[in-house]
Ligand binder design. Structure first.
Ligand code: PLP
Length: 372
């Protein structure tokens, strides 16, 4: 199998598996209990927290662990609305956000919050003049992602955060696809990240919070994570997340150079009939979302089962619905259904990527010959 679905998830790094092993096999203490073993687990979690905070690299805040980035985003949005001053009952977000943001915003809209979902331009970038026209003193929170999961397009998060702060609102950035791959933009008050996108384990994410911008708790109970997010932490998952974060801190430049080389190799191997969805200049290059006129992308995926890739987003794949992100770029349903997402990274070799892309191109040509 050639794994080209790095936006859906990433392979566990061997160093991460090794770091987690004792916490799975031997060390079972509750990190919140006062025994010597509990204290050891707690200390390991605090080391991991520092490693994640260091990799996030933003000043003036701290991290609380969550069960996923989805939970971090739910907490950030609902908890910020909960804390918002009277009269601040608006949320602004963008049509190309992940379902974790869009569906949470819709849920809040169902409870009386005034929701504005801004469109994007044809290249997937947000028009900042449009945002400026929408921002006012009634806005409680603005949610914009740094790197899009389907098309890799980046948004100018620091500029957006400045604009948001000028009206006294809170800025949430979904940095799930940016974290560990590119430098995180300074400016947001709340930043959601996930371990399994950086070669860490599934089932753990984190919310970075600027001091003073902590949302009201979403999960109540034993008062863990400074009373902000109750629930016994898993030392194995935290240690794994920490090890993965340490690796991205050490390897980010090397990983980025590798991804740039893979991008060049993949785009050179593609025939001339493909177009790239979203901005080519303003994007993370480990995401190659491409379309070809007339292509039946679902059939292509079925015909190339030994290549793991996606029809846009992992969530949209299989649902039969064309991706909301591709539609937000004003692509027709037909063009969206002719698009595939190829995602690569640290463990992808140039040879396997070129092999896969060459076969994808040949299969697309075979479809055309059959139709002719
Ligand atoms: N946000 C983005 C941009 C994502 O790509 C994902 C995962 O696909 C999430 C949020 C949700 O992350 P998690 O799987 O940790 O819930």
């Amino acid at each position: 199998m050639i794994y080209l679905d790095y936006q859906a998830t990433t392979p566990l790094a061997p160093e991460v598996a090794k770091a987690m092993q004792p916490w799975i096999e031997e060390k079972f203490a509750n990190p919140h209990s006062p025994s010597r073993w509990g204290s050891e687990a707690k200390a390991a979690i605090e080391v991991a927290r520092k490693q994640v905070e260091h990799a996030i690299g933003l000043p003036g805040g701290s991290v609380a662990f969550t069960g996923s980035a989805t939970e971090a985003i739910n907490w950030a949005l609902k908890g910020t609305i909960d804390n918002a001053a009277k009269g601040r009952n608006r949320i602004i977000t963008v049509a190309t956000e992940h379902a974790a943001v869009l569906d949470t915003c819709e849920w809040l809209a169902g409870r009386g919050i005034d929701l504005t979902v801004l469109p994007v331009q044809a290249d997937g970038r947000l028009d900042l003049d449009l945002l400026a026209r929408e921002l006012d003193e009634r806005v409680a929170v603005v949610a914009v992602m740094q790197v899009n999961n389907e098309i890799g397009v980046t948004q100018p998060i620091s500029e957006i955060a400045d604009m948001v702060h000028n009206v006294g609102a809170v800025m949430l950035c979904d940095a799930v696809q940016a974290f560990g791959r590119v430098e995180l933009c300074k400016g947001p008050d709340l930043v959601a990240v996930s371990a399994h996108k950086i070669h860490g384990p599934k089932g753990i994410g984190a919310l970075w919070m600027r001091a003073g911008a902590e949302p009201a708790p979403l999960i109540h109970g034993g008062g863990q994570e400074r009373g902000l997010r109750s629930g016994t932490l898993s030392p194995a998952l935290c240690v794994g997340f920490g090890a993965a974060a340490r690796l991205v801190s050490e390897r980010r430049d090397a990983d980025q150079a590798h991804v740039a080389q893979l991008w060049n190799a993949a785009t050179a191997a593609l025939g001339g009939r493909w177009s790239i969805n979203g901005s080519v200049g303003e994007r993370y290059r480990g995401n190659l979302n491409i379309r070809r006129e007339g292509l039946d992308a679902a059939r292509l995926l079925a015909d190339l089962r030994d290549i793991a890739m996606s029809l846009g987003s992992a969530c949209a794949s299989g649902s039969g619905r064309p991706s909301h992100v591709l539609r937000a770029l004003s692509l027709s349903d037909r063009a969206a259904r002719s698009s595939i997402r190829i995602g690569f990274g640290r463990y992808t070799t140039e040879a396997e990527l070129v092999d896969a892309v060459t076969r994808i191109d040949a299969m697309a040509r075979a479809q055309e010959n059959l139709a002719a």
